[in-house]
Design a protein around this ligand. Structure first.
Ligand code: COA
Length: 396
């Protein structure tokens, strides 16, 4: 693709903020709530962002901010990318590629092992080495027909608490939860401020947030006019907290459907007499990861099965791939570049997708995107699977 011939890529400045805001609002077709920009630019400082200018007009923007992301058994520093927008008249002229090339060169120079984003469309970021590393389902459960099994835990301990009163406990529970949940990020004050500001434009037409609080979990939810309840965030540290919060939600008279994002390993259906009442209405990716430093990322996580292999990784975007000797013993990995013959090969996007255990290696093998003897693919899959599903902690 020919890059826009007249474009000038440069670091953003404070004086650009109004133009950046207009660019983002126009690209996504929604105005920021007045409380949002301050927090967004705290998370993604303007002096880290890049813009593209054509004829003195700002036509493209991409912002980045530091994050800490949990990986199986550990945590890694990461960089999050957000607010990516190219003005419609200048699209498909290589401006995103130009901004990304510069930004990823900078991430590599900074030694950042992971880059993270959430994608507006699924077809954009694979070419840049990103894989969908966490996914979730949207479920609908008509609470009027949800009957819990007699054997299902009924521990109680849930109280209706105002959101401001619940906030300190919610923050404490989240922080404990995110440390053991792959994909979940540390949540800075500005990200909490955005969550509790609960901008009307992000409410899907629903009302204010309400909270249920348990000593080991919380649910933030809102009502909609169609008598449904949207569960915005439900985080639990124990199975008891999970069961108790779902019982409390199912106890909400004067409402019908409960709509919630859940992971594939959520036990809700198994608590009910009729598991079919939990209807999956959508499945989608959440967190996308590009592994910037393969040895650093693969040795940062823990594993549940041993493995000794050589993996070739292809990175057409930055040419940062190569062959890596991977030796996993008792959950701990050693990984280093090697000249040895690879047994397995895949794109960097596939490595990102399997990194947190969200996708089985055999599915990518069946799609021809991960190559190796079936026994080696199975061994890779066993090693990379993890005890709990990956979750995006907070959206950005
Ligand atoms: C998505 C967006 C940023 C792309 O910007 P752009 O400048 O048109 O992208 P580029 O011209 O640099 O394209 C880079 C590559 O991505 C591909 N691409 C761009 N947009 C794509 C899309 N929506 N779906 C699939 N591929 C896409 C291009 O074909 C090109 O491929 P190639 O380099 O491998 O040939 C722009 O269309 C936009 O602002 N969209 C609305 C807001 C949005 O969705 N932002 C992303 C938030 S995560």
């Amino acid at each position: 693709m020919t890059p826009h011939p007249a474009a000038r890529i440069r670091p953003a400045e404070k004086a650009d903020l109004a133009a950046i805001r207009l660019l983002i609002e126009t690209a996504f077709g929604t105005r920021y709530d007045p409380v949002e920009p301050e927090h967004i630019w705290t998370l993604f400082p303007v002096d880290r962002a890049l813009v593209a200018e054509v004829d003195g007009r700002l036509v493209a923007h991409s912002q980045t901010g530091p994050m800490t992301v949990t990986v199986p058994g550990g945590q890694l520093p990461a960089i999050g990318i957000s607010g990516v927008a190219v003005a419609a008249p200048q699209r498909r002229r290589g401006l995103l590629r130009a901004l990304y090339s510069e930004q990823h060169r900078q991430f590599a120079a900074e030694g950042i092992p992971l880059a993270a984003l959430t994608a507006s469309e699924g077809g954009i970021y694979g070419r840049f080495g990103y894989g969908a590393a966490a996914r979730e389902h949207r479920i609908r459960l008509d609470r009027r027909f949800a009957r819990f099994l007699p054997t299902a835990p009924d521990p109680g301990g849930v109280y209706q608490v105002s959101v401001p009163e619940a906030e300190p406990e919610i923050r404490r529970i989240y922080d404990t939860w995110r440390r053991v949940t792959p994909g979940a990020q540390e949540r800075p004050d500005a990200a909490w401020a955005l969550a509790f500001a609960d901008a009307p434009r992000l409410r899907n037409g629903g009302g204010d947030l309400f909270a249920f609080l348990h000593p080991d979990g919380y649910a933030l939810y809102r009502h909609h006019d169609d008598q449904s309840i949207e569960i915005k965030e439900l985080r639990t540290l124990t199975a008891d907290a999970h069961a108790a919060l779902w019982r409390a939600l199912c106890g909400r008279d004067l409402s019908h459907d409960l709509v919630a994002p859940v992971t594939g390993d959520d036990p809700l259906p198994y608590l009910l007499v009729d598991p079919r009442q939990v209807r999956t209405v959508a499945g989608y990716d959440t967190l996308w990861l590009r592994i910037m430093d393969i040895p650093a990322a693969l040795t940062a996580r823990r594993y549940d099965a041993d493995l000794e292999t050589v993996v070739a990784v292809d990175d057409p975007f930055l040419d940062a791939g190569g062959a890596f000797a991977l030796r996993i013993r008792d959950g701990v990995a050693e990984c280093a570049p090697t000249a040895a013959e690879p047994e397995l090969s895949m794109g960097l996007d596939v490595l990102g997708a399997i990194y947190l255990g969200a996708h089985p290696a055999r599915a990518f093998a069946a799609a021809g995107r991960l190559r190796g003897a079936p026994e080696r693919v199975r061994a890779l899959e066993r090693a990379f699977a993890w005890r709990r599903d990956a979750v995006l902690g907070w959206g950005f």
